[in-house]
Design a protein around this ligand. Structure first.
Ligand code: ADP
Length: 249
């Protein structure tokens, strides 16, 4: 059966003053999967991520999302097509509650950036129901009235995911979703990502290899800007080039 590829790059290259941080990367992400981008420090993961979300322009190569060439597009245009990066596009307001933050994000999707909060009651009630559903989806129901600033680190990230989901992305890019988390938060976030992935495609950069092993359908390993290996965890973790890249890093 033909692979249903939602995001694909060809010859993706980024040079910084002649130094190739990303070199001719061909990446294919299948619709509905959790795909991880891993590799030792300096492998080019962040640069690759910034290229995909259009925060950086490539030196060469192309990016296609849903059969559309998005290489020259701006981040906001790409987000409008349903390819959304978490933790960057969506800001969390520290002194607003969990519910307020999610409502603001929903409001932005439905009504643009207008800060006209006056809406008919029916619309407000619908917005509220939608916000409650999202808060529940990320496991924050009991913290719905807590100010964002008072949440634990892991729960703050769950809130960030909720505000990103408010934009209803078809594909979600997660930049080290578990970074800096304790064991409990890692577990909770892994469950959340699994839940969120049910009707979405996810591409994540993640350092925590046990998380990558348990969550990912497919893994691309980068080293020195190039794709070193690709496959499921069992395959790539046994690949001698991957083992060497990690040990040698
Ligand atoms: P990773 O995320 O895998 O650790 P990066 O994408 O951050 O790797 O970096 C890849 C390489 O590109 C590194 O050698 C880094 O020093 C270099 N690099 C990244 N961004 C820049 C930049 N803005 N200017 C110059 N070099 C950069």
């Amino acid at each position: 059966m033909a692979r249903d590829v939602i995001l694909a790059t060809e010859g993706l290259t980024k040079e910084f003053k002649g130094f190739r941080a990303v070199s001719e990367v061909a990446l294919q992400v299948e619709r509905g999967t959790i795909h991880a981008l891993i590799g030792p420090n300096g492998a080019g993961k962040t640069t690759c991520f910034n290229l995909l979300t259009k925060f950086l322009q490539p030196t060469a190569g192309s990016i296609r999302y849903k059969e559309r060439d998005i290489t020259g597009m701006k981040p906001a245009d790409v987000a409008r097509l349903g390819l959304v990066r978490s933790f960057q596009i969506s800001a969390v307001f520290p002194h607003f509650s969990v519910m307020e933050n999610v409502r603001i994000a929903l409001q932005r999707r439905h009504h643009g950036d207008s800060f006209d909060f006056w809406r008919p009651e029916k619309v407000l009630r619908r917005l509220n129901d939608e916000a409650l559903a999202l808060v529940e989806a990320v496991g924050l129901t009991e913290f719905r009235d807590t100010l964002a600033v008072e949440l634990s680190y892991g729960r703050k990230r769950a809130l960030e995911i909720a505000t990103t989901l408010a934009l209803d992305p078809e594909m979600l890019l997660l930049d080290e979703p578990m970074a800096g988390m304790g064991h409990e938060d890692v577990e909770r976030t892994a469950q959340l990502i699994r839940r969120v992935s049910k009707d979405r495609t996810i591409l994540m950069v993640e350092h925590n290899l046990s998380v990558v092993a348990s969550l990912s359908d497919r893994i691309t390993v980068l080293a020195r800007g190039q794709v070193l290996a690709e496959g499921d965890y069992a395959t790539v973790s046994k690949d001698p080039r991957v083992v060497e890249a990690y040990i040698g890093a």
